[in-house]
Design a protein around this ligand. Structure first.
Ligand code: NIG
Ligand code: FE
Length: 408
């Protein structure tokens, strides 16, 4: 048994309204939180905590639940800096770029994949992220999809099978053959390693009927649904996500009234990934304001991938969501923590209520507003992590306090 009191916190974000000021962030000023054996056991006023083994004073700082990054593609070979530069010079983004990374991922050794993914998780941890979801999807063949999920499983319990990212190059003339592979042999091989199944619904990727078939096949194997929906243009992604009861519809950039209503009427979270709009120089960002005003639960995630959003920074995403998606700083911080937890259907992370996993992030700043107010400044770092987390991620990550891998 070991206990630590984090005391004299200038502002504590609990995400539990009843533990604070009644707002969704459940804010307390001049607060303390006690962590014991990797769990939150007490929240209250500064100086009033029960005795603990250790005491850490955080005068002038804000403490919040660690970010929950519910959408990332960290297992891949190569990179696409030149494609990014060409886009910044005026070329449009198309889903076809994914095939460049498929070729590089197939050619990479498991050691290379592991090293890159480990480095990216380390970057995330250094910027205050706790739980992270990781997708396959750059294999598009049985062996490489499985290998990608094996690497992902070393880093998180939130793994997603994305065999349906794009139709594999070998199947461009036979997309139904590829859907059969994704729902057959590839699913057999990958389902034991995944919690979720995802489909990219878009022109140039998969249509609504193919997505239904794929998500239903996943459900039969116990996989929860998530959908890449309405990223590059209008389409059926959000409708399919809501219809199958997906945990989340991600991107949500091009929505009509029906899509917004479907999200509001369902238990499906809208996960916005404005790093992708930034990095594709999209003229349109997701309208988070419209979604929140309609009563939709909104999450924020990095979508970290080498094509459309090569960032691991949740603070950067928060700043974009405030500037370009119409969220207030408080709404963006909620979406990046409690929202991410909702998108993963987790009630043990994303808040600091008693019994929650002790994923705590501290800011070198007195309030959560500073995350959006001071973009690009490295204010956030992990303060504590749950117990029983395995050692450091593989790769080059230099270990620091409190950044190991979460159990599930
Ligand atoms: O979420 N939209 C589909 N997948 C990725 C892009 C992948 C790529 O271009 O390599 C995304 O943006
Ligand atoms: Fe994505």
């Amino acid at each position: 048994m070991s206990s630590t009191c984090f005391d004299r916190i200038a502002e504590l974000v609990t995400n539990r309204p009843e533990l604070g000021d009644g707002s969704p962030l459940g804010l307390r000023t001049d607060a303390a939180v006690v962590v014991e054996d990797g769990e939150v056991v007490w929240v209250g006023d500064a100086g009033a905590a029960p005795a603990t083994d250790d005491l850490v004073e955080l005068t002038g700082r804000c403490v919040l639940p660690s970010f929950v990054d519910s959408h990332s593609h960290l297992v891949f070979g190569g990179e696409r800096a030149e494609e990014f530069a060409a886009r910044m010079a005026g070329r449009a983004y198309t889903a076809g770029g994914i095939r460049t990374t498929i070729a590089a991922t197939r050619a990479a050794s498991v050691e290379q994949l592991r090293r890159r993914a480990g480095q990216l998780v380390t970057e995330m941890r250094r910027q205050g992220t706790g739980v992270v979801e990781i997708k396959s999807g750059y294999g598009a063949e049985v062996a490489t999809e499985r290998r990608s999920l094996e690497v992902a499983c070393e880093l998180t319990g939130e793994t997603t099978y994305l065999g349906a990212h794009v139709v594999a190059p070998e199947f461009v003339d036979d997309p139904s053959g590829y859907v059969e592979l994704v729902t057959g042999e590839m699913l057999d091989s990958c389902a034991p390693l995944a919690r979720w199944i995802d489909v990219f619904v878009e022109d140039g990727a998969f249509d609504g009927d193919q997505a239904r078939t794929i998500l239903r096949a996943g459900a039969e194997r116990g996989l929860g649904a998530r959908v890449h929906a309405n990223q590059l243009g209008p389409g059926p992604g959000v409708q399919v996500a809501c219809e199958v009861g997906a945990a989340s519809a991600d991107h949500c950039t091009h929505l009509d009234e029906r899509d917004v209503a479907a999200l509001a009427d369902s238990g499906t979270v809208a996960t916005l990934v404005p790093g992708a709009e930034f990095s594709t120089r999209s003229p349109v960002y997701p309208d988070g304001r419209r979604l929140l005003d309609a009563g939709v639960t909104v999450a924020l995630a990095t979508d970290c991938n080498p094509g459309t959003s090569y960032t691991t920074s949740m603070p950067f995403v928060i700043a974009l969501a405030v500037r370009d998606c119409g969220l207030t700083p408080s709404e963006a911080v909620w979406a990046a923590t409690a929202g991410g937890a909702a998108a993963l259907r987790r009630d043990d992370v994303g808040h600091l209520g008693v019994g929650a996993h002790a994923w705590l992030t501290v800011l070198d700043a007195p309030s959560h507003h500073h995350l959006a107010y001071r973009p690009g400044v490295p204010l956030a770092r992990l303060l504590a992590a749950p117990q029983g987390v395995p050692a450091t991620p593989p790769g080059d990550g230099s270990p620091g306090p409190g950044w190991p891998i979460p159990p599930r």
